[in-house]
Ligand binder design. Structure first.
Ligand SMILES: [Zn+2]
Length: 202
């Protein structure tokens, strides 16, 4: 245990995902050693991101405005929605340049162990978007792990009776992994070879 603010900083950093006690300590001492301007800039960036960034009212991607850049772009294919777990997955799919449609960010995956059910995800919002017949195809691009698969299965059962074309990213993605860690080529191929789950092929 350190005294006062140093321990507070270690505790705060330790709350971050993927940061264990040792990393928290290393980062805390890095910050202590860093020039004051650098630390101020980091603090300002943290404050600014909370004050200015919000979630797109349509797809729930991170956004500077009410609607994100992708939803505002009239050149995007309005008939196809790619469903992902997190905003970072939007970035991963965009990097492949394989997809020209719109997104829907669920805000996680179904995970009974973590007590997260379908009601905790933005599934109702997705169904609202599908209510008029603008969207004809949905690509389920949840992570290739157990939670992602469970979420994709749940969604396909909901969406197929609505007469939509539903597909799931092809295998070839590292199983048990996170979509964001797949390299562009692998993720691009997974898009091209997506598995058709039902509905009319276009
Ligand atoms: Zn959006």
């Amino acid at each position: 245990m350190y005294e006062g603010p140093v321990q507070d900083l270690i505790d705060e950093l330790g709350q971050l995902p993927g940061i264990g006690p040792k990393s928290a300590q290393r980062i805390a001492f890095h910050i202590l050693d860093a020039p004051v301007e650098d630390v101020n800039r980091l603090a300002d960036t943290l404050r600014r991101v909370k004050a200015t960034v919000r979630f797109c009212e349509v797809c729930f991607n991170v956004s500077q405005e009410e609607r994100c850049k992708i939803c505002r772009d009239p050149r995007r294919d309005q008939s196809c929605i790619c469903v992902v777990e997190e905003s970072k997955d939007v970035v991963a799919v965009e990097r492949t340049r394989e997809f020209r449609g719109l997104y829907h960010v669920l805000g996680g995956a179904i995970s009974p162990i973590d007590g997260r059910g379908p009601g905790d995800l933005r599934i109702r919002e997705l169904l609202t978007r599908l209510a008029d017949s603008t969207v004809t195809e949905v690509i389920l691009a949840t992570d290739p792990n157990m939670e992602g698969e469970a979420t994709a299965t749940y969604l396909s059962r909901l969406l197929l009776p609505m007469g939509l074309t539903v597909s799931r990213l092809a295998s070839g993605l590292p199983v048990g992994g996170d979509l964001e860690y797949a390299d562009e080529v692998t993720l691009g191929r997974a898009f091209e070879g997506r598995r058709h789950l039902g509905g009319t092929l276009t």
